[in-house]
Structure formats: C-alpha cells, structure tokens
Write a protein that binds this ligand. Structure first.
Ligand SMILES: [Zn+2]
Ligand SMILES: [Zn+2]
Length: 168
C-alpha cells in the first residue's frame, strides 16, 4: 500500500522524530550548499574580471557540493582585484620614488660626500660647480665662456673669486 510514500505523507503521519531530523538536515545542507555556491561565485567575481572564471567557479560550487569549494580555494587567484590594484599602486609609487631619487643625489667630485644634483657648490669642501650668468641669472657650468640662454659673454675670470679679481 505505502510502497512509495511522499515526504509530506511521512511527516504528516509523524512516523518518528528521526524523519523530522532527516528533513531538517536536508534543509540545512541545501541552505549551506546554496550559500557556499553563492560565496564561491561572489569570491570569483572579486578575484577576476573574466566571466569564464566566474562560470567555472559556479560550476564547481554547484556541481560538486563542498568538494567544489575546496577545489575552488586551490585554483582561485591568490589576490582579489582590489588587493591587486593596491599592490600595483604601491609598486608604481616605489618606481616613481626611485626615479625621483636617483638624479637628486650625487657624490661631490672633490670630497666624495653626497650632495644634491642641483647644488652649485659643495657645502662641505666649498668646491664650486656652477655660477650665475651676470645678465639673466641662469646657472652656467664653470667652463662656459658665454651664457647659452642670453648670449652674454661671461668670460672665465668672473667666477669663483670674482670679487677679488674685479677689485684688483
Ligand atoms: Zn665636496
Ligand atoms: Zn645669461
């Protein structure tokens, strides 16, 4: 007579608390299964922009309950897109810092101490590297006889101890 009893009929006839336990466990596992699959897909979306990967994650989560989650944790990208972006920004900042840092410091050719690239005189040993054009005020190298910016003849005697040279 009751060779194929339906779930409802079994619960209705209350053939035992065991059945209610089984039903509760089934509901519990179904909810867990859906939640895990949902989490896997959402996590896949956070870690990859590719829909193919999200579909693959969904298949793992839905096709292989719980075991799919384990497999997904093994194959998923190690970092989320946000983490990836932050890491890239950090690396970029580092690279920019290096670019900025390299030309600003150089050793003084006379005493060898670290000085700024645009210093015109070593503050330690007073070696002069450049002088100002008397006409336009731009910085000129010591060997230049003429200012390349305003064509002013600057000569060689006007640098260094120019004050003493002029007074004599
Ligand atoms: Zn020096
Ligand atoms: Zn000049």
């Amino acid at each position: 007579m009751s060779s194929t009893p339906t779930l409802g009929a079994l619960v209705d006839t209350s053939s035992g608390p065991l059945l209610i336990g089984i039903v509760a466990a089934a509901i519990y596992f179904t909810v867990m299964y859906v939640a895990v699959a949902f989490w896997v897909v959402r996590d896949a979306r956070r870690r990859s922009e590719s829909w193919a990967f999200a579909t693959f994650a969904a298949l793992l989560g839905l096709g292989l309950p719980f075991l799919g989650l384990l497999l997904y944790l093994i194959v998923r990208p190690p970092r989320t897109l946000d983490e990836e972006r932050a890491l890239q920004l950090e690396e970029q900042a580092f690279a920019e810092e290096e670019i900025v840092e390299t030309p600003t410091a150089r050793p003084c050719p006379t005493c060898g101490r670290e000085i700024e690239q645009d210093f015109v005189m070593c503050p330690y040993c007073r070696t002069q590297f450049a002088r100002r054009c008397t006409a336009c005020g731009k910085w000129l190298r010591l060997g230049w006889h003429v200012c390349p910016y305003c064509a002013e003849e600057v000569g060689l005697q006007s640098f260094g101890r120019s004050g003493r040279a002029a007074s004599s």
